[in-house]
Design a protein around this ligand. Sequence first.
Ligand code: KIV
Ligand code: ZN
Length: 502
Amino acid sequence: MRTVKIFDTTLRDGEQSPGCSMNIGEKVEVAHQLEKLGVDIIEAGFASSSKGDFESVKRIAETVKEASVCSLARAVASDIKASAEALAGAADPVLHIFLSTSDLHLQSKLNKTREQALEMVEESVRYAKSFCGKIEFSAEDATRSDPDFLVEIVTAALKNGATTINIPDTVGYATPDEFRALLRYLYEHTELDKALLSVHCHNDLGLAVANSLAAIKAGASQIECTVNGIGERAGNASLEEIVMNLYTRRSEYDAVTNIDTKEIFKTSKLIQLITGVTVAPTKPVVGKNAFLHESGIHQHGVMNNPLTYEIFSPETIGVRRAGLVLGKHSGKHAFFERVRALGYSDIPEQQAEQLFTDFKNLADKKKEIHDDDIVALILKDIVSNKEHIYKLDRFVITCGDKITDVASVSLIVDGKRIENVASGDGPIDAAFNAIEKTTGRHFTLEDFHINAVTGGRDAQGTAKIRLRYGEKETRAIGISTDIIEASIFAYLNAVNFLLSME
Ligand code: KIV
Ligand code: ZN
């Protein structure tokens, strides 16, 4: 049985999708979780695209040791140099160069001839090879390229030292049969069998996973994908769907992956929490309904034998059957047993103490504590900023439909309490204005969302904001049973992060 490599591009292609941008701390956290998940390659970013991307590729390259770390570059020297520099500390670096090969892209996007494109491939791969042993070359828009020109491109990339050839279905246009035929054509007309064949499929027509699986049948041994399928437009092939297809139907594909499937659910939740982009309830593998059985006939079947309506058990992806609901009378033992059952067995002692205090505080406000609440409490610590220039002391807000909304927010700054009052268009705006007064600076709110973690009127809410201060921008999350408090936490997390960069 072959082992298919999982090349995760959540932090690059996934992060490019609207609303999915992550700050450096969050990217490092995601990279660690991807390492635990067992992905083979982490595409950490596009080093030349921004200072932030450069820094996150560098930080991830320096800290991740179990997976290869990759940075994307256009086929130009400056991009390649930036990627090589960012990857310098990586245990196993991969430099990824891409260039469009379809006539449409060459003419309308790059204004280049086929000859010029060929030269760019030769030069860029050769140049990249002087920095890094592992070079991946991607022929962007490959599925709408002339197959014979693609043969010339692949041959040139291989000749100059590419170790992986990636054939992307950039706009999600291919069908599984066509894609398989194209890959076979390339195998027949190039020396592709001497390199690693990778594919990278987008989901514009909902075929990203089907096309990736077809590619495995054609001989591909690396699949590029993202957690929850996030990515440009309709997204990329979903990592969890590909992995669970190979897991559940391994004899059909005669292939396995190195993924620890028990880490799938946790990873999906982390991405949902950090990006604020939640998956549809019917999303295969990780959707809320993926293991729910509504009809009585199905419930009866599953009670007799889960295999009647479940082709793999929820435990396989790290979901425990709904546990006991905890509450304010639950003790440390029951709480941590549940934490461990949810897959978090390595929480450091100091953090565990704080987690239990947070649980008790939450139980005072909320009658029933469900698994999702516990996961939110655990992740709250992960996503909250560690730099506390401004810390919330307390707040009072008066609001209504016929009065001006006014917030009085007291913050702890350098051990002192500073309180400011401000009005605003709604209670949250008033609170943000009061915080701004204390900081003496103006921040621009670029984006703001609130989601409930669980159902019910006493549910915890996550507030997700994108905040800009001059040229700098960051995203942050706040969690609380009170959505105004969650919003203030998110705002302070972002303010603290932006100011700590000064
Ligand atoms: O979709 C695409 O073609 C890409 C390449 C950069 C691999 O993301
Ligand atoms: Zn892509």
